[in-house]
Ligand binder design. Structure first.
Ligand code: NAD
Ligand code: IPM
Ligand code: MN
Length: 375
């Protein structure tokens, strides 16, 4: 039987609310397939600070490298602030320890009717479909930071192997389509030394290893603008640095109408290659929504569970090679978003302009998954 070991880190605020719902979908997948997912729950973020005075313990860091996948909610909140170690530092340390250097953040509409939720005109945004790959273990996020009362420095460093490995993930994903998808490498080579080296090394890798993939370069600032004016021009694969990728992936939430719909997968290798294999033949990965802990709506049952549920689908796809189950979960989400409940009201949470609760939406998704997987 399939399955494997997962470490569940729900985190703070809406993290536990949406993780609980997503795991009910995993229960259904277990029933449907006979696969068994051994789940270990632990703390990362503000919850870990409260209990252990640190945002993540060495024990959890170690465990994150031993399991087949980590299923993460979200970390942070105003009650903990930004003084180090803050909740978010726990997540950053896990990413680094797991060496999950490729953060895949797909941008597309989760269903047909979601195009109406976008603030962008239909004729401009309809059909948007790109995979943004954010380098996840380097750049300004890491290195020896200096933080003094009147001076600070975040060294923005990349070396050849770090650039090569993330470029290879972009190439491998492009090649999973026939014809291969176009790839854009996004940088600020007009200003940053880092970006010049990034651009040169990405170009070399594509010339040598992916000669049939079309590679183009795009400056990050102008891409932020073009995402609004010509988003579909970037349908394909985008590969970029940690900081640029963080910012541009939140922009995906703006484009598609809500952060509450966007999942992500952080991988230690390229799907379909031998890099970063876990014990069951998938890729070692951490799966989390693009959104944060949404303290403004937490504790009220208002959070949209879709981003967390779609992150579960990505986990099944990349870490456990369960493509049919992943497809079915995505289809179930689309059906719910496009449907109406008995009273004629759409089954949508507040971020999508609806009145449904987290539970309403989750139960509707579970019912569809059951039907599609014949449970
Ligand atoms: P956020 O993503 O938490 O929220 C931004 C806005 O989107 C809020 O109005 C929120 O209510 C809404 N929103 C987000 N997810 C939603 C959902 N599932 N359903 C409905 N509405 C949703 O960003 P923020 O407010 O800037 O950050 C809050 C905290 O989360 C900060 O401490 C931040 O550092 C942290 N954060 C954590 C992660 C993570 O753990 N992966 C990611 C981003 C931010
Ligand atoms: C994200 C978040 C994180 C990041 C924070 C919470 C550390 O914004 O996953 O996009 O900046 O990477
Ligand atoms: Mn972010």
């Amino acid at each position: 039987a399939k399955g494997g070991r997962i470490l569940v880190l729900p985190g703070d605020h809406i993290g536990p609310e949406v993780v609980t719902e997503a795991l009910k979908v995993l229960d259904i997948v277990e029933q449907a397939t006979g696969a068994k997912f051994e789940r270990e729950f632990d703390l990362c973020g503000g919850c870990a600070l409260d209990k252990h005075k640190d945002s993540v313990t060495e024990e959890v860091l170690k465990k994150s490298t031993e399991v087949d996948a980590v299923f993460f909610g979200s970390a942070g909140g105003p009650e903990w602030g930004t003084v180090q170690p803050n909740p978010e530092s726990g997540l950053l340390r896990i990413r680094k320890r797991m060496q999950i250097f490729a953060n895949l953040r797909p941008c597309k509409f989760a269903s047909k009717t979601m195009v109406e939720r976008s603030p962008i005109k239909r004729e401009v945004i309809e059909g948007v479909d790109f995979m943004l790959i954010r380098e996840n273990c380097g750049g300004a996020y890491y290195g020896n930071k200096v933080e003094e009362a009147d001076y600070a420095c975040d060294p923005w460093e990349y070396s050849r192997p770090e650039i090569e490995r993330v470029a290879r993930v972009a190439g491998a994903l492009a090649l999973q389509h026939d014809p291969p998808l176009p790839v854009w490498s996004v940088d600020k080579a007009n200003v940053l030394a880092n970006s010049r080296v990034w651009r040169r090394i990405v170009t070399e890798i594509f010339e040598k290893e992916f000669p049939n993939v079309k590679l183009q370069h795009q400056l990050a600032d102008s891409l932020a603008m073009l995402f609004i004016t010509k988003p579909t021009a970037f349908n394909g694969v985008i590969v970029t640095d940690n900081t640029f990728g963080d910012i541009l992936s939140d922009e995906s939430g703006g484009l598609t109408g809500s952060l509450g719909l966007l999942p992500s997968a952080s991988l230690a290798g390229a799907p379909g290659t031998d890099l970063g294999r876990n014990s069951v033949g998938g890729v070692i990965g951490l799966y989390e929504p693009v959104h944060g802990s949404a303290p403004d709506i937490s504790g009220k049952g208002l959070a949209n569970p879709v981003a967390q549920v779609l992150s579960l689908a990505m986990m099944l796809r990349y870490s456990f090679n369960m493509h049919h189950e992943a497809d079915s979960i995505e289809e179930a989400v689309a059906k719910v978003l496009d449907s109406k409940a008995d009273g004629g009201l759409e089954i949508r949470t507040g971020d999508l302009g609806g009145k449904a609760t987290t539970k309403d939406m989750s139960e509707a998704i579970q019912a569809e998954v059951k039907q599609l997987l014949k449970v």
